[in-house]
Design a protein. Structure first.
Length: 401
C-alpha cells in the first residue's frame, strides 16, 4: 500500500497545460468583453463594439489568431525544457493578439495572464537567474509595446499597463517563493536523513560497545583466573577456559544477530530486538562464572515492554555489571528491576572499592545516559556515601503497551 499521498491537481497538470488553459480562457474573455450586451451604453466606456466584431473576423484577423495559437503551442512544448524561448514566444503571442483581432490600445491584464502563469512556473522550477531573465522578457514585451505606441504618438492605457506590470511582479514573487520553499524542504529532508544516519551509527556503536566490552571483560577475568590456577588447580582452569569459550561463542552469535538485524532493517524485514530483559539470566550466569555473584530482584507485575525500552534496560544492566566485574574489586552486586504502571526502574548497586566505571573515555556511562535520554527518562550514576557504586535508570513506558 503506498504511503505517499496522491499529488494535487496543480501537480498532475503540466505547466504547459496550465498555460494553454489560461490562454484559451483569457482569449475567449477578451473577445466576449468586446460585445455590447443589452443595457450597456457606449459612454463612458468608449467605442467598445463600434468597430470590432470578434465573432465575424476577417481573414487577416483569423490569420493573426492562428499565429498566436501556433506560438502558444510552441510555448507549451518548450516551457519545461527551454523556458526563456517559450517565454519569448508567449510574449509575442500576446502582442500579436493585441495588434491583431482584438485591436486594443493597450495590453489588457487578461491578455498577459498566460505570460504571468508561465512566469510563475518558471520562477518556481528554474534557477533564480533564469527566472529573472524570464521576468525581464515579460517586462520587455510590455514596456516595448508602451514605448512603441508613445513613439508613434498613439494612445496608451497607462493605468491598465500598470496593472499588468503589477501582475508580472506578483507572478515572479509567488513563483520564487515557491522555489525557495521547495529548496528549504529538500534541505530539511537531507538534514533529517543525515541525522538519522548519524543516530543509527551511534546506536550501532553503543550496541557494539555494550556487547563487546562485557564479553571481553568476562574473558579477561576468566583468562587471568585460569593462568593463576592452571598448575595447582587444573579443574578450575578447565572451568575458566570453558567459560571463555561459552562467552566467546555467545559474543559471536550476538554479533551475527546484530548484523542480521541491520540487514533486515535495511530490507524492511526487521524482527525482534537483539536482546532484552529475558537475557538477564544468561548474563548473570556468565558473570557468576567470572567470579561475581549477581542478585536480581524483580518487583511489580512483569509484562511485555516496548522493544526500545526492553533493549535499553538490558544494556544498562549489562554495562553496569560489566563495570562491576572490571573495576569495582568486589565479588557481589545487586540488580533491582521494578515494573511500575507507567515506568520501569533499574538499579544496580555494588559495595566495592572501585569507581564503578574505570579509567579512559567513559563511553559506558555516556552510552547508558544517551539511551535513557532518548527514551525521555532519568539516569544517575555515581559513588555511594557508604561505599561502592550505584546506577539508577528510570525508563517511561508508553501507556498503549
Amino acid at each position: 500500500m503506498p504511503t505517499t499521498p496522491p499529488p494535487m491537481l496543480v501537480q498532475r497538470v503540466t505547466p504547459g497545460a496550465w498555460t494553454a488553459l489560461a490562454w484559451c480562457v483569457s482569449t475567449l474573455y477578451s473577445f466576449v468583453v468586446q460585445i455590447r450586451w443589452p443595457g450597456e451604453q457606449l459612454q463612458p466606456w468608449g467605442e467598445k463594439s463600434h468597430r470590432i466584431e470578434p465573432f465575424s473576423m476577417d481573414h487577416r484577423e483569423q490569420a493573426t489568431l492562428l499565429l498566436a495559437a501556433a506560438l502558444l503551442a510552441g510555448t507549451c512544448r518548450l516551457l519545461t525544457r527551454r523556458p526563456l524561448t517559450s517565454m519569448t514566444l508567449l510574449v509575442v503571442s500576446a502582442l500579436v493578439l493585441t495588434n491583431g483581432p482584438l485591436h486594443t490600445t493597450s495590453i489588457a491584464p487578461e491578455q498577459y495572464l498566460p505570460v504571468c502563469v508561465a512566469l510563475f512556473f518558471t520562477a518556481a522550477t528554474e534557477a533564480r537567474r533564469t527566472s529573472l531573465f524570464a521576468a525581464g522578457l515579460a517586462l520587455t514585451g510590455l514596456l516595448g509595446y508602451i514605448g512603441t505606441r508613445l513613439a508613434l504618438g498613439l494612445r496608451v492605457g497607462t493605468s491598465v499597463e500598470a496593472v499588468v506590470l503589477m501582475m508580472i511582479v506578483v507572478a515572479w514573487v509567488i513563483g520564487n517563493s515557491r522555489r525557495q520553499e521547495h529548496e528549504h524542504t529538500e534541505q530539511m529532508r537531507t538534514r533529517i536523513a543525515e541525522q538519522a544516519v548519524t543516530a543509527e551509527r551511534l546506536r550501532i556503536a553503543r550496541e557494539l560497545h555494550d556487547m563487546v566490552a562485557h564479553s571481553i571483560g568476562v574473558v579477561a577475568f576468566q583468562a587471568g583466573a585460569a593462568r593463576r590456577v592452571i598448575d595447582t588447580q587444573p579443574e578450575g582452569a578447565r572451568k575458566a577456559l570453558g567459560a571463555i569459550e561459552d562467552t566467546s561463542r555467545e559474543t559471536l552469535a550476538g554479533l551475527r544477530r546484530m548484523l542480521g538485524a541491520l540487514h533486515d532493517a535495511a530490507s524492511g524485514d526487521a524482527e525482534k530486538p537483539i536482546a532484552g530483559l529475558e537475557d538477564v539470566a544468561v548474563l548473570v550466569e556468565n558473570v557468576r562464572n567470572a567470579g561475581v555473584r549477581v542478585d536480581v530482584e524483580w518487583r511489580g507485575e512483569r509484562r511485555p515492554l516496548p522493544p526500545e525500552v526492553d533493549l535499553s534496560a538490558f544494556r544498562i544492566i549489562q554495562e553496569s555489571v560489566t563495570n562491576v566485574v572490571k573495576h569495582s574489586r568486589t565479588q557481589q552486586c545487586r540488580v533491582s528491576v521494578v515494573f511500575h504502571p507507567a515506568e520501569l526502574s533499574v538499579v544496580i548497586v555494588d559495595s566495592g572499592s572501585g569507581n564503578g566505571r574505570g579509567e579512559g573515555t567513559g563511553y559506558g556511562i555516556a552510552g547508558m545516559r544517551d539511551r535513557v535520554k532518548l527514551l525521555h527518562g532519568d539516569f544517575t550514576a555515581g559513588p555511594r556515601p557508604e561505599g561502592g557504586y550505584r546506577v539508577t535508570a528510570r525508563l517511561p513506558i508508553p501507556m498503549e503497551v
